[in-house]
Ligand binder design. Structure first.
Ligand SMILES: [Zn+2]
Length: 184
């Protein structure tokens, strides 16, 4: 069990380094993992099982009242919607955490108005990918918005593409690239 915890810790440290290097995690964002025995490993306090971060791109999109529009392939994970938690007040207690969780529902990302966003997954590799791809999607959406009407991926296209993410090691190459940026 100890080795398993050490392995999760090591992964979390790497994930934090990647998120910081990519400028999606600032001094206040954090990463949390729920261990198989139910205990929580966290960088600071936050409801369990969530990465929580403050990229400007997410703040801008949420302020416009928009969720992520799937206009690029990095956005397909979010085709079931990215609801907006409509309060800028920091999530400092379980009650507020429960409200964020209720807004999130069964989706994998929620935008926090004026604040940032949270992504959830049952494994750290996917969590890291969702964290990075959510910000990239928001950035592309902001870049594309002044160009005119945006063509979004259809539900069918998204479903087909998301299926390929379920194959074993689907995230490996993606994750290895970002880890290579922070490890010599
Ligand atoms: Zn925060």
């Amino acid at each position: 069990m100890l080795d398993a915890i050490e392995a999760v810790k090591e992964k979390m440290v790497l994930a934090c380094k990647v998120l910081q290097k990519q400028r999606v995690l600032d001094g206040y964002g954090h990463l949390t993992a729920r261990l198989s025995d139910g205990r929580i490993l966290s960088t600071p306090h936050m409801p369990p099982g969530k990465v929580h971060y403050h990229p400007d791109e997410l703040v801008a999109v949420a302020a416009a009242g928009q969720g992520i529009k799937v206009i690029a392939n990095c956005g397909v994970h979010f085709y079931r919607g990215t609801p907006i938690y409509d309060s800028p007040v920091l999530i400092r207690n379980h009650q507020l955490g429960d409200k964020v969780a209720a807004t999130l529902g069964d989706r994998n990302a929620v935008l926090l108005r004026g604040h940032g966003g949270t992504v959830v997954s049952n494994n750290l590799d996917t969590l890291l990918r969702l964290g990075l791809d959510l910000v990239r999607s928001a950035r592309i959406q902001i870049m594309a918005a002044p160009l005119g009407a945006l063509k979004t991926h259809s539900q069918d296209e998204c479903e087909q593409m998301v299926k390929s993410h379920d194959r074993p090691n689907a995230n490996r190459r993606y994750i290895d690239y970002y880890i290579s940026e922070v490890v010599d």
